[in-house]
Design a protein around this ligand. Structure first.
Ligand code: SF4
Length: 358
């Protein structure tokens, strides 16, 4: 872990006060449902049943959507596990509460099924920041590099890649490629790319300049101060966070990996550097522990996200209900594009299977 320098004790005290005031404003607990919400949830449950549909929700969506997914036989997970669940489910329609690339991934893995989303407006700064044509030109300019892209990309970008990976497996895949003597293009998250490069010591790794607007907001100095306020807490960080945050973390991992760490580690308090939506699952699986958001306020703060993805937040009970009622917001991916994008996705799935078999 890296400790930042402090100038004077008084400066330190002022920072502690600042972080404390920030903490007072952060909603630490999930929303509680009221009567109106319950009525909407009942209507959605009936529609899911009538339409032979299943709801899968990402960890970053509203707690109400996550609980509804679980109550109706659906699933709450990271993007890949959401798509895999849809593949194994007998339901003909999969309703994806998340952002657009997640709906597209579900379609690529389940081309014969209907994929609906509460909104098609919900996107991701990583996806937006990696346009398919520019990225293809970049890859074409470096034909000797293996192209590894993160799941947070469009179907077109996936189709151009040799590998599609999630944060849970990215490090292992790049390690494997480096061991084979290959050079790597990594896209689009620069922070995750820098983390992988540091961990693997990979030379000749070309890293695309994209970032997640949520994770990029975490503030190093304020986090350091928070650690002094909670000396017994462990810091859990998603690798989309800047390197200076990751260097302070006790655990760096995907959403699934940091949830697991929260359950298994002995600490009772955790400072969490990822989207606040993850608290629903953490509190459910470790109700005796305390979870605190890592600070997004402080010097240089823009508070564009405040640890809550604005696009994930576009998934509401109302928009979910409308989508199911009208069959609206269906995801379409050209079948030939699905086939091409399936190749690097399948490569990752096979790689993971071979790890589990070993
Ligand atoms: S939290 Fe970040 S990576 Fe996830 S969907 Fe939002 S912008 Fe994209």
């Amino acid at each position: 872990m890296t400790l930042l320098n402090k100038n004077t004790e008084s400066e330190f005290a002022a920072e502690r006060a600042f972080v404390k005031s920030y903490l007072d404003k952060v909603p630490g607990k999930c929303a509680v449902s009221d009567d109106k919400t319950d009525e909407l949830k009942k209507k959605i449950s009936m529609l899911l049943h009538e339409r032979n549909a299943v709801l899968v929700a990402h960890y970053y969506t509203d707690a109400l959507l996550q609980s509804l997914a679980e109550e109706t036989g659906g699933f709450v997970a990271d993007s890949l596990e959401m798509a895999r669940f849809g593949n194994q489910s007998e339901a003909q329609t999969i309703v994806v509460a998340g952002v657009k690339f997640m709906g597209e991934t579900a379609k690529i893995l389940n081309p014969e099924k209907t994929i609906l989303m509460p909104t098609l407006e919900a996107t991701c700064s990583l996806d937006i920041g990696c346009p398919a044509d520019t990225f293809a030109s970049f890859c074409d300019a470096h034909p000797d590099h293996e192209v590894v892209v993160y799941a947070n990309t469009s179907a077109e970008v996936k189709a151009r890649a040799d590998w599609v990976v999630t944060s849970a497996i990215a490090l292992d895949v790049v390690e494997h490629l480096i061991a084979e003597g290959k050079s790597v293009i990594w896209a689009p998250d620069k922070h995750l790319g820098n983390y992988i490069q540091k961990k693997t010591g990979a030379e000749n790794m070309l890293i695309w300049d994209g970032a997640c607007i949520v994770h990029e907001e975490f503030k190093t100095r304020a986090l350091d101060t928070m650690r002094h306020l909670y000396p017994d807490a462990a810091i859990l960080a998603h690798p989309e966070s800047p390197m200076a945050i990751l260097e302070q973390a006790d655990v760096v991992g995907s959403t699934t990996q940091i949830i697991k760490a929260a359950c298994e580690r002995p600490e009772k308090t955790f400072i969490v550097a990822t989207d606040a939506g993850i608290f629903y699952k953490m509190q459910q699986l470790a109700p005796d522990k305390e979870f605190i958001l890592a600070p997004t306020a402080g010097e240089g703060a823009t508070c564009r996200s405040c640890a809550q993805c604005p696009w994930m937040g576009m998934n509401t009970l109302e928009s979910l209900y409308d989508s199911l009622l009208n069959g609206s917001n269906e995801i379409h991916v050209d079948p030939s594009l699905c086939e091409k994008a399936m190749v690097p996705l399948q490569r990752m799935l096979d790689f993971r299977q071979s790890q589990q078999d070993a």
